[in-house]
Ligand binder design. Sequence first.
Ligand SMILES: [Ca+2]
Ligand SMILES: [Ca+2]
Ligand SMILES: [Ca+2]
Length: 236
Amino acid sequence: MSGMHREVPIAGCQRVAVRSAAQLWYAADVKPLRYAAAALLAAVAGCSFDASGARPIGAPADAPVADARGDATVPDAATAIPDAGVATPDATAPPDADPCPTGYARSAATGSAYRYATTRRDWFEAEADCAADGFGTHLVVIADDTELDAIAAMVGTTQVWIGATDIVDEDQFVDVTGADLAFQPWKAGEPNDSGPGEDCVELADHAYNDDACHPTKQRYVCECDGIAPDPDAFTP
Ligand SMILES: [Ca+2]
Ligand SMILES: [Ca+2]
Ligand SMILES: [Ca+2]
């Protein structure tokens, strides 16, 4: 919903205004006047009024909706304004609650939160496990040297899967959110797509290597940054 209106609870007097406005819509035979009459009535009664949808907030779902010219149109379920629902802030939630799932530790250096998973999985299993943590979690996407250092400090020299792959388009590396891979600190001679092919990226001692997504099983790092993974980026 747009921010064009201020939502207020629909008190008794406002319900009457909304109902009257809806009746005016149907009674008036000059369409532009319908809009003006409804808006005026709602305003006088203290109702909030959604100018984009031209329906008083709280109006029944079958109340008329005006387009920009003031013509009444058939209500559309996709654009209909929810009836009288007013979001109430949760007064019990602390304002600085970390939105990331339990098990993630936030890095002051990068602003993201991470989970170092020590169960060995193939790349696909690892990405699925990260994504299952919640909205905005995925295999880590390393954006720059600062984040590289943060992850290296976490895993040492242990090889870990990260959220990068060229499985959809050989040699066109993307991250698991679907963006082109912006930061690519490859080891010398990598990526080499060795053997039957290597399409998934691991961090190995501070640099990248492409490795076989499957059946190679190793540890991995998940990141919580609020960005959802895009399966199209890693579905062959
Ligand atoms: Ca990141
Ligand atoms: Ca490859
Ligand atoms: Ca390789």
